[in-house]
Design a protein around this ligand. Structure first.
Ligand SMILES: Cc1cc2nc3c(=O)[nH]c(=O)nc-3n(C[C@H](O)[C@H](O)[C@H](O)COP(=O)(O)OP(=O)(O)OC[C@H]3O[C@@H](n4cnc5c(N)ncnc54)[C@H](O)[C@@H]3O)c2cc1C
Length: 428
Protein backbone atom coordinates (compact mmCIF):
# COMPACT_ATOMS: atom_id res chain seq x y z
CA UNK A 1 0.00 0.00 0.00
CA UNK A 2 3.04 2.30 0.42
CA UNK A 3 1.45 4.01 3.42
CA UNK A 4 3.12 4.64 6.74
CA UNK A 5 1.64 5.55 10.07
CA UNK A 6 3.66 7.83 12.23
CA UNK A 7 3.36 8.25 15.97
CA UNK A 8 2.37 11.88 16.48
CA UNK A 9 5.58 13.11 17.98
CA UNK A 10 7.19 15.42 18.87
CA UNK A 11 4.00 16.37 20.69
CA UNK A 12 4.69 19.77 22.16
CA UNK A 13 2.72 22.66 23.44
CA UNK A 14 5.56 25.04 22.88
CA UNK A 15 6.35 24.60 19.22
CA UNK A 16 8.38 27.79 19.13
CA UNK A 17 11.03 26.25 21.37
CA UNK A 18 11.02 23.08 19.33
CA UNK A 19 11.53 24.26 15.78
CA UNK A 20 14.61 22.06 15.34
CA UNK A 21 12.78 18.93 16.46
CA UNK A 22 9.92 19.65 14.09
CA UNK A 23 12.36 20.27 11.24
CA UNK A 24 14.07 16.94 11.83
CA UNK A 25 10.68 15.21 12.01
CA UNK A 26 9.74 16.63 8.61
CA UNK A 27 13.17 15.68 7.18
CA UNK A 28 12.72 12.12 8.43
CA UNK A 29 9.07 11.44 7.57
CA UNK A 30 8.50 13.60 4.52
CA UNK A 31 11.85 13.03 2.91
CA UNK A 32 11.79 13.44 -0.88
CA UNK A 33 8.44 15.25 -0.76
CA UNK A 34 9.61 18.86 -0.47
CA UNK A 35 11.16 21.34 -2.84
CA UNK A 36 14.60 22.06 -1.43
CA UNK A 37 17.66 19.87 -0.98
CA UNK A 38 17.72 18.72 2.69
CA UNK A 39 20.79 20.83 3.53
CA UNK A 40 19.07 24.00 2.22
CA UNK A 41 15.69 23.29 3.80
CA UNK A 42 14.58 25.42 6.77
CA UNK A 43 11.39 26.51 8.52
CA UNK A 44 9.94 29.98 8.06
CA UNK A 45 12.11 32.76 9.46
CA UNK A 46 9.08 34.57 10.86
CA UNK A 47 6.04 32.29 11.38
CA UNK A 48 5.26 29.31 13.61
CA UNK A 49 2.25 27.04 13.26
CA UNK A 50 -0.19 26.11 16.03
CA UNK A 51 -3.59 27.04 17.43
CA UNK A 52 -2.09 28.89 20.43
CA UNK A 53 -0.01 31.05 18.16
CA UNK A 54 -2.93 31.80 15.85
CA UNK A 55 -5.11 32.69 18.84
CA UNK A 56 -2.44 34.98 20.28
CA UNK A 57 -2.16 36.76 16.92
CA UNK A 58 -5.91 37.34 16.93
CA UNK A 59 -6.03 38.42 20.58
CA UNK A 60 -3.34 41.03 20.04
CA UNK A 61 -4.70 42.19 16.69
CA UNK A 62 -5.04 45.96 16.50
CA UNK A 63 -5.88 47.41 13.13
CA UNK A 64 -5.24 51.05 13.99
CA UNK A 65 -3.89 52.68 10.82
CA UNK A 66 -4.61 49.60 8.68
CA UNK A 67 -6.29 51.52 5.84
CA UNK A 68 -3.32 53.81 5.28
CA UNK A 69 -0.52 51.34 6.14
CA UNK A 70 -1.75 48.09 4.60
CA UNK A 71 0.33 48.58 1.46
CA UNK A 72 3.47 49.77 3.22
CA UNK A 73 6.44 47.50 2.48
CA UNK A 74 9.57 48.93 4.11
CA UNK A 75 10.72 49.60 6.71
CA UNK A 76 9.01 46.58 8.24
CA UNK A 77 8.14 48.46 11.43
CA UNK A 78 5.76 50.68 9.43
CA UNK A 79 3.82 47.83 7.82
CA UNK A 80 0.10 47.72 8.57
CA UNK A 81 -0.60 44.18 7.31
CA UNK A 82 -1.80 41.88 10.10
CA UNK A 83 0.10 38.70 9.02
CA UNK A 84 -2.92 36.55 9.92
CA UNK A 85 -3.02 34.86 6.52
CA UNK A 86 -1.17 31.57 7.28
CA UNK A 87 -3.62 30.97 10.16
CA UNK A 88 -6.66 31.94 8.11
CA UNK A 89 -5.54 29.77 5.19
CA UNK A 90 -5.27 26.66 7.38
CA UNK A 91 -8.56 27.37 9.10
CA UNK A 92 -6.96 27.92 12.51
CA UNK A 93 -8.84 31.18 12.45
CA UNK A 94 -12.11 31.18 10.52
CA UNK A 95 -13.26 34.26 8.64
CA UNK A 96 -16.36 34.73 10.86
CA UNK A 97 -14.12 34.57 13.95
CA UNK A 98 -11.72 37.17 12.57
CA UNK A 99 -14.59 39.40 11.40
CA UNK A 100 -16.00 39.40 14.95
CA UNK A 101 -12.71 39.69 16.83
CA UNK A 102 -11.20 42.64 14.98
CA UNK A 103 -10.73 45.72 17.14
CA UNK A 104 -8.99 49.07 17.21
CA UNK A 105 -8.85 51.58 14.41
CA UNK A 106 -11.22 53.98 12.76
CA UNK A 107 -14.26 53.17 10.65
CA UNK A 108 -11.99 53.41 7.57
CA UNK A 109 -9.59 50.86 9.07
CA UNK A 110 -12.42 48.50 9.96
CA UNK A 111 -14.01 48.82 6.55
CA UNK A 112 -10.75 48.28 4.72
CA UNK A 113 -9.79 45.24 6.83
CA UNK A 114 -13.20 43.59 6.66
CA UNK A 115 -13.30 44.21 2.94
CA UNK A 116 -10.16 42.08 2.64
CA UNK A 117 -11.84 39.30 4.61
CA UNK A 118 -14.62 39.47 2.04
CA UNK A 119 -12.02 39.12 -0.73
CA UNK A 120 -10.75 35.97 0.95
CA UNK A 121 -14.26 34.57 1.20
CA UNK A 122 -14.97 35.54 -2.43
CA UNK A 123 -11.84 33.67 -3.57
CA UNK A 124 -13.15 30.55 -1.82
CA UNK A 125 -16.58 30.85 -3.40
CA UNK A 126 -15.05 31.27 -6.84
CA UNK A 127 -12.77 28.27 -6.32
CA UNK A 128 -15.67 26.25 -4.94
CA UNK A 129 -17.48 26.83 -8.22
CA UNK A 130 -14.61 26.77 -10.73
CA UNK A 131 -12.40 24.18 -9.05
CA UNK A 132 -9.48 23.20 -11.27
CA UNK A 133 -10.86 25.39 -14.08
CA UNK A 134 -9.68 28.38 -12.06
CA UNK A 135 -6.21 27.81 -13.52
CA UNK A 136 -7.54 29.01 -16.89
CA UNK A 137 -8.14 32.75 -17.44
CA UNK A 138 -11.41 33.42 -15.60
CA UNK A 139 -13.05 36.21 -17.63
CA UNK A 140 -10.58 37.76 -20.10
CA UNK A 141 -7.63 36.48 -22.08
CA UNK A 142 -4.86 38.12 -24.05
CA UNK A 143 -5.98 38.98 -27.57
CA UNK A 144 -2.57 37.87 -28.88
CA UNK A 145 -0.07 35.39 -27.52
CA UNK A 146 3.56 35.73 -28.50
CA UNK A 147 4.30 32.15 -29.48
CA UNK A 148 7.98 32.91 -30.15
CA UNK A 149 8.60 34.15 -26.60
CA UNK A 150 10.91 32.06 -24.44
CA UNK A 151 9.03 30.78 -21.39
CA UNK A 152 11.05 30.84 -18.16
CA UNK A 153 10.12 28.27 -15.54
CA UNK A 154 10.76 30.62 -12.61
CA UNK A 155 9.61 34.08 -11.52
CA UNK A 156 11.09 36.41 -14.11
CA UNK A 157 13.14 39.35 -12.72
CA UNK A 158 16.58 40.94 -12.87
CA UNK A 159 18.50 40.16 -9.65
CA UNK A 160 20.14 43.59 -9.69
CA UNK A 161 16.76 45.16 -8.99
CA UNK A 162 16.83 45.70 -5.23
CA UNK A 163 13.03 45.78 -4.96
CA UNK A 164 12.36 42.43 -6.59
CA UNK A 165 15.47 40.83 -5.10
CA UNK A 166 14.21 41.72 -1.60
CA UNK A 167 10.70 40.45 -2.37
CA UNK A 168 12.10 37.14 -3.59
CA UNK A 169 14.30 36.83 -0.55
CA UNK A 170 11.36 37.37 1.80
CA UNK A 171 9.21 34.88 -0.11
CA UNK A 172 11.88 32.21 0.16
CA UNK A 173 13.02 32.91 3.74
CA UNK A 174 9.77 33.66 5.50
CA UNK A 175 7.12 32.23 3.15
CA UNK A 176 5.03 35.39 3.33
CA UNK A 177 4.72 38.72 1.51
CA UNK A 178 2.56 41.80 1.98
CA UNK A 179 -0.17 42.14 -0.65
CA UNK A 180 1.68 45.01 -2.32
CA UNK A 181 4.86 43.02 -3.07
CA UNK A 182 2.80 40.04 -4.28
CA UNK A 183 1.30 42.45 -6.80
CA UNK A 184 4.72 43.80 -7.81
CA UNK A 185 6.16 40.35 -8.41
CA UNK A 186 3.09 39.07 -10.20
CA UNK A 187 2.88 42.15 -12.41
CA UNK A 188 6.58 42.14 -13.28
CA UNK A 189 6.40 38.48 -14.25
CA UNK A 190 3.18 38.49 -16.21
CA UNK A 191 2.84 42.06 -17.57
CA UNK A 192 6.35 43.45 -18.07
CA UNK A 193 8.03 40.12 -18.87
CA UNK A 194 4.88 38.78 -20.58
CA UNK A 195 5.25 35.35 -18.98
CA UNK A 196 2.28 33.00 -18.37
CA UNK A 197 0.81 33.75 -14.94
CA UNK A 198 0.44 30.10 -13.97
CA UNK A 199 4.21 29.61 -13.70
CA UNK A 200 4.50 32.45 -11.21
CA UNK A 201 1.36 31.35 -9.43
CA UNK A 202 2.83 27.87 -8.92
CA UNK A 203 6.06 29.31 -7.56
CA UNK A 204 4.13 31.47 -5.06
CA UNK A 205 2.05 28.43 -4.11
CA UNK A 206 5.15 26.37 -3.33
CA UNK A 207 6.57 29.01 -0.98
CA UNK A 208 3.70 30.96 0.62
CA UNK A 209 2.61 29.64 4.02
CA UNK A 210 -0.83 31.00 3.17
CA UNK A 211 -0.64 29.59 -0.38
CA UNK A 212 -4.09 28.49 -1.46
CA UNK A 213 -5.33 27.80 -4.97
CA UNK A 214 -8.33 29.99 -4.17
CA UNK A 215 -6.66 33.27 -3.12
CA UNK A 216 -3.40 32.81 -5.01
CA UNK A 217 -5.10 32.21 -8.35
CA UNK A 218 -7.47 35.08 -7.77
CA UNK A 219 -4.53 37.38 -6.94
CA UNK A 220 -2.54 36.37 -10.02
CA UNK A 221 -5.56 36.61 -12.29
CA UNK A 222 -6.48 40.02 -10.90
CA UNK A 223 -2.94 41.33 -11.53
CA UNK A 224 -2.65 39.70 -14.95
CA UNK A 225 -5.94 41.31 -16.02
CA UNK A 226 -7.69 38.02 -16.75
CA UNK A 227 -10.33 38.76 -14.11
CA UNK A 228 -11.16 42.36 -14.94
CA UNK A 229 -9.74 42.97 -18.43
CA UNK A 230 -7.28 45.49 -16.93
CA UNK A 231 -3.78 44.61 -15.71
CA UNK A 232 -2.07 45.95 -12.59
CA UNK A 233 1.03 47.80 -13.77
CA UNK A 234 4.18 47.91 -11.63
CA UNK A 235 6.83 50.61 -11.92
CA UNK A 236 9.32 52.51 -9.79
CA UNK A 237 6.68 54.89 -8.44
CA UNK A 238 5.13 52.20 -6.21
CA UNK A 239 8.55 51.34 -4.75
CA UNK A 240 9.33 55.00 -4.09
CA UNK A 241 6.06 55.31 -2.17
CA UNK A 242 5.99 52.03 -0.24
CA UNK A 243 9.68 51.11 0.22
CA UNK A 244 11.71 54.27 -0.54
CA UNK A 245 14.99 53.05 0.93
CA UNK A 246 15.04 50.02 -1.36
CA UNK A 247 15.23 52.39 -4.30
CA UNK A 248 18.00 54.40 -2.67
CA UNK A 249 20.04 51.26 -2.09
CA UNK A 250 19.55 49.86 -5.59
CA UNK A 251 22.53 49.41 -7.92
CA UNK A 252 20.21 50.33 -10.79
CA UNK A 253 18.81 53.52 -9.23
CA UNK A 254 20.25 55.76 -11.98
CA UNK A 255 19.09 53.44 -14.80
CA UNK A 256 15.99 51.90 -13.30
CA UNK A 257 14.55 49.29 -15.70
CA UNK A 258 11.02 49.95 -14.40
CA UNK A 259 11.10 53.76 -14.48
CA UNK A 260 7.85 53.91 -16.44
CA UNK A 261 4.72 51.80 -16.50
CA UNK A 262 4.78 48.71 -18.76
CA UNK A 263 2.61 48.66 -21.86
CA UNK A 264 -0.78 47.18 -21.19
CA UNK A 265 -1.69 44.07 -23.19
CA UNK A 266 -5.03 43.87 -24.97
CA UNK A 267 -7.70 41.47 -23.83
CA UNK A 268 -10.75 39.77 -25.27
CA UNK A 269 -13.68 38.37 -23.33
CA UNK A 270 -13.26 34.67 -22.63
CA UNK A 271 -16.23 34.03 -20.40
CA UNK A 272 -19.29 36.27 -20.20
CA UNK A 273 -20.09 37.48 -16.71
CA UNK A 274 -23.58 35.94 -17.07
CA UNK A 275 -22.06 32.45 -17.09
CA UNK A 276 -20.82 33.15 -13.57
CA UNK A 277 -24.36 33.77 -12.33
CA UNK A 278 -24.91 30.54 -10.51
CA UNK A 279 -26.68 28.68 -7.76
CA UNK A 280 -23.84 27.73 -5.46
CA UNK A 281 -23.44 24.40 -3.70
CA UNK A 282 -22.16 25.54 -0.31
CA UNK A 283 -22.43 22.20 1.46
CA UNK A 284 -24.73 21.48 4.40
CA UNK A 285 -26.03 24.36 6.54
CA UNK A 286 -26.09 22.18 9.66
CA UNK A 287 -24.51 18.93 10.76
CA UNK A 288 -25.77 15.81 8.96
CA UNK A 289 -25.60 12.36 10.59
CA UNK A 290 -25.96 9.36 8.35
CA UNK A 291 -25.28 5.90 9.78
CA UNK A 292 -23.50 4.61 12.87
CA UNK A 293 -21.35 6.82 15.09
CA UNK A 294 -18.05 7.95 13.63
CA UNK A 295 -14.81 6.35 14.86
CA UNK A 296 -12.46 9.15 13.79
CA UNK A 297 -12.38 12.81 12.73
CA UNK A 298 -10.72 13.43 9.35
CA UNK A 299 -8.69 16.64 9.22
CA UNK A 300 -7.26 18.35 6.15
CA UNK A 301 -4.96 21.36 5.75
CA UNK A 302 -8.00 23.51 4.89
CA UNK A 303 -9.42 23.42 8.43
CA UNK A 304 -7.17 22.67 11.39
CA UNK A 305 -8.94 24.64 14.12
CA UNK A 306 -9.27 22.87 17.43
CA UNK A 307 -12.62 24.68 17.69
CA UNK A 308 -14.15 23.09 14.57
CA UNK A 309 -17.43 21.38 15.37
CA UNK A 310 -16.32 17.93 14.13
CA UNK A 311 -13.59 17.90 16.83
CA UNK A 312 -15.57 19.63 19.57
CA UNK A 313 -18.52 17.25 19.25
CA UNK A 314 -16.29 14.18 19.25
CA UNK A 315 -13.79 14.85 22.02
CA UNK A 316 -12.87 11.18 22.46
CA UNK A 317 -12.32 10.27 18.83
CA UNK A 318 -8.87 10.30 17.31
CA UNK A 319 -8.18 13.02 14.76
CA UNK A 320 -6.62 11.63 11.56
CA UNK A 321 -4.42 13.61 9.18
CA UNK A 322 -2.92 12.06 6.05
CA UNK A 323 0.04 13.63 4.26
CA UNK A 324 -0.97 12.72 0.72
CA UNK A 325 2.21 11.24 -0.68
CA UNK A 326 1.24 11.43 -4.35
CA UNK A 327 -0.04 14.99 -4.07
CA UNK A 328 2.98 16.24 -2.14
CA UNK A 329 5.30 14.49 -4.59
CA UNK A 330 3.64 16.38 -7.38
CA UNK A 331 3.32 19.79 -5.65
CA UNK A 332 6.85 19.92 -4.22
CA UNK A 333 5.96 22.46 -1.58
CA UNK A 334 8.71 24.30 0.20
CA UNK A 335 9.97 22.66 3.39
CA UNK A 336 8.83 25.72 5.40
CA UNK A 337 5.20 25.05 4.45
CA UNK A 338 5.48 21.47 5.72
CA UNK A 339 7.16 22.61 8.94
CA UNK A 340 4.32 25.10 9.54
CA UNK A 341 1.78 22.32 8.95
CA UNK A 342 3.63 19.86 11.19
CA UNK A 343 3.86 22.45 13.99
CA UNK A 344 0.12 23.00 13.71
CA UNK A 345 -0.57 19.25 13.80
CA UNK A 346 1.68 18.66 16.81
CA UNK A 347 -0.19 21.39 18.67
CA UNK A 348 -3.40 19.42 17.97
CA UNK A 349 -1.63 16.24 19.13
CA UNK A 350 -0.82 17.96 22.42
CA UNK A 351 -4.55 18.41 23.07
CA UNK A 352 -6.06 15.12 21.84
CA UNK A 353 -5.29 11.80 20.16
CA UNK A 354 -3.90 12.38 16.70
CA UNK A 355 -2.99 9.84 14.02
CA UNK A 356 -0.56 10.97 11.36
CA UNK A 357 -0.07 8.99 8.16
CA UNK A 358 1.83 9.40 4.92
CA UNK A 359 0.01 7.73 2.04
CA UNK A 360 -3.23 7.85 0.09
CA UNK A 361 -6.05 9.40 2.19
CA UNK A 362 -8.74 7.17 0.67
CA UNK A 363 -6.71 4.03 1.42
CA UNK A 364 -5.78 5.12 4.93
CA UNK A 365 -9.39 6.03 5.77
CA UNK A 366 -10.99 3.07 4.03
CA UNK A 367 -13.20 1.02 6.38
CA UNK A 368 -13.47 3.81 8.93
CA UNK A 369 -16.57 5.75 9.94
CA UNK A 370 -15.64 9.35 9.54
CA UNK A 371 -16.69 12.69 10.99
CA UNK A 372 -15.55 15.49 8.67
CA UNK A 373 -16.27 19.05 7.58
CA UNK A 374 -17.59 19.72 4.07
CA UNK A 375 -14.77 21.54 2.30
CA UNK A 376 -14.97 23.77 -0.80
CA UNK A 377 -11.93 22.43 -2.64
CA UNK A 378 -11.91 19.89 -5.49
CA UNK A 379 -9.47 17.47 -3.82
CA UNK A 380 -11.72 17.05 -0.77
CA UNK A 381 -14.87 16.74 -2.89
CA UNK A 382 -13.27 14.00 -5.00
CA UNK A 383 -11.87 11.98 -2.09
CA UNK A 384 -14.97 12.08 0.09
CA UNK A 385 -16.94 10.18 -2.59
CA UNK A 386 -14.95 7.05 -1.74
CA UNK A 387 -15.15 7.43 2.03
CA UNK A 388 -17.73 6.47 4.62
CA UNK A 389 -18.56 9.89 6.08
CA UNK A 390 -21.23 9.32 8.69
CA UNK A 391 -21.12 12.79 10.19
CA UNK A 392 -20.75 15.88 8.00
CA UNK A 393 -20.24 19.36 9.41
CA UNK A 394 -20.83 22.67 7.61
CA UNK A 395 -17.99 24.80 6.21
CA UNK A 396 -17.49 28.08 8.12
CA UNK A 397 -18.36 30.47 5.29
CA UNK A 398 -18.23 34.17 6.08
CA UNK A 399 -20.98 34.87 3.54
CA UNK A 400 -23.51 32.78 1.75
CA UNK A 401 -25.74 33.47 -1.22
CA UNK A 402 -29.48 33.38 -1.40
CA UNK A 403 -30.52 31.70 -4.64
CA UNK A 404 -28.67 32.66 -7.82
CA UNK A 405 -25.60 34.85 -7.28
CA UNK A 406 -23.05 36.47 -9.59
CA UNK A 407 -19.43 35.46 -9.13
CA UNK A 408 -18.46 37.61 -12.13
CA UNK A 409 -16.93 40.38 -10.04
CA UNK A 410 -16.04 40.93 -6.42
CA UNK A 411 -18.20 44.02 -6.07
CA UNK A 412 -21.28 42.31 -7.58
CA UNK A 413 -20.76 39.31 -5.33
CA UNK A 414 -20.08 41.27 -2.13
CA UNK A 415 -23.19 43.43 -2.68
CA UNK A 416 -25.40 40.34 -2.91
CA UNK A 417 -23.77 38.11 -0.29
CA UNK A 418 -25.18 37.88 3.25
CA UNK A 419 -24.03 36.30 6.49
CA UNK A 420 -25.16 32.73 7.20
CA UNK A 421 -27.95 34.06 9.47
CA UNK A 422 -29.32 36.14 6.58
CA UNK A 423 -28.06 39.49 7.89
CA UNK A 424 -26.42 41.89 5.47
CA UNK A 425 -22.75 42.38 6.31
CA UNK A 426 -22.03 45.73 7.85
CA UNK A 427 -18.49 47.05 8.20
CA UNK A 428 -19.14 48.66 11.58
C1 LIG B 1 -0.47 37.64 -6.66
C2 LIG B 1 -1.18 37.45 -5.35
C3 LIG B 1 -1.18 36.22 -4.73
C4 LIG B 1 -1.86 36.03 -3.51
N1 LIG B 1 -1.84 34.77 -2.94
C5 LIG B 1 -2.53 34.57 -1.80
C6 LIG B 1 -2.59 33.28 -1.20
O1 LIG B 1 -2.07 32.29 -1.73
N2 LIG B 1 -3.28 33.13 -0.03
C7 LIG B 1 -3.91 34.19 0.57
O2 LIG B 1 -4.52 34.01 1.64
N3 LIG B 1 -3.88 35.42 0.02
C8 LIG B 1 -3.21 35.64 -1.14
N4 LIG B 1 -3.18 36.89 -1.68
C9 LIG B 1 -3.97 37.95 -1.06
C10 LIG B 1 -3.19 38.84 -0.05
O3 LIG B 1 -2.02 39.31 -0.63
C11 LIG B 1 -2.86 38.09 1.25
O4 LIG B 1 -4.02 37.50 1.78
C12 LIG B 1 -2.32 39.09 2.30
O5 LIG B 1 -1.19 39.75 1.80
C13 LIG B 1 -1.96 38.31 3.56
O6 LIG B 1 -1.35 39.14 4.51
P1 LIG B 1 -2.12 39.63 5.81
O7 LIG B 1 -2.68 38.46 6.55
O8 LIG B 1 -1.22 40.53 6.55
O9 LIG B 1 -3.31 40.45 5.16
P2 LIG B 1 -4.18 41.63 5.73
O10 LIG B 1 -4.01 42.79 4.83
O11 LIG B 1 -3.91 41.86 7.16
O12 LIG B 1 -5.67 41.10 5.51
C14 LIG B 1 -6.33 40.26 6.46
C15 LIG B 1 -6.80 38.99 5.77
O13 LIG B 1 -7.67 39.30 4.68
C16 LIG B 1 -7.45 38.39 3.62
N5 LIG B 1 -6.97 39.13 2.44
C17 LIG B 1 -6.27 40.29 2.42
N6 LIG B 1 -6.08 40.71 1.17
C18 LIG B 1 -6.63 39.78 0.36
C19 LIG B 1 -6.76 39.63 -1.05
N7 LIG B 1 -6.30 40.55 -1.90
N8 LIG B 1 -7.37 38.51 -1.54
C20 LIG B 1 -7.86 37.57 -0.70
N9 LIG B 1 -7.78 37.67 0.66
C21 LIG B 1 -7.18 38.75 1.17
C22 LIG B 1 -6.41 37.39 4.09
O14 LIG B 1 -7.06 36.26 4.63
C23 LIG B 1 -5.67 38.18 5.15
O15 LIG B 1 -5.04 37.36 6.10
C24 LIG B 1 -2.52 37.11 -2.91
C25 LIG B 1 -2.52 38.37 -3.54
C26 LIG B 1 -1.86 38.53 -4.74
C27 LIG B 1 -1.87 39.89 -5.39
Amino acid sequence: MGEISIPPSPVRRDVVANRQEVESWVRQHLSGLYLEEPEEAHGSSSFFGGQDIADKALETLDITGYASKRSRVAPEALRGATRLSPYIRHGLLTLPEVWQAVKGGSYEDLKSFRNELLWQDYSRHLYNFLGRNSQEPIRYELSQIDTAMEIVEVLAYDEDMECLRRCNEELRESGWLVNQTRMWMASHHSIREGQPFDIGEDEFFRHLLDGSRAANRLGWQWVAGTLTGRPYGFSRSQVTRQAPQWCNECALRSRCPIDTMPDSPEYVVRRESASLRIQEDLGPKAEIKDGPDADCVWLTAELLSLRQSALVQNPNLPAVFVFDRALLGQLRLSFKRLVFLAETLFAIGAERTLELHVGDPTEVLSGRRIAATWTPVPGWKKRQKNLNITELHPWPWLCVSKGVISLGSFSAWSKAAVFADGRRHNFR
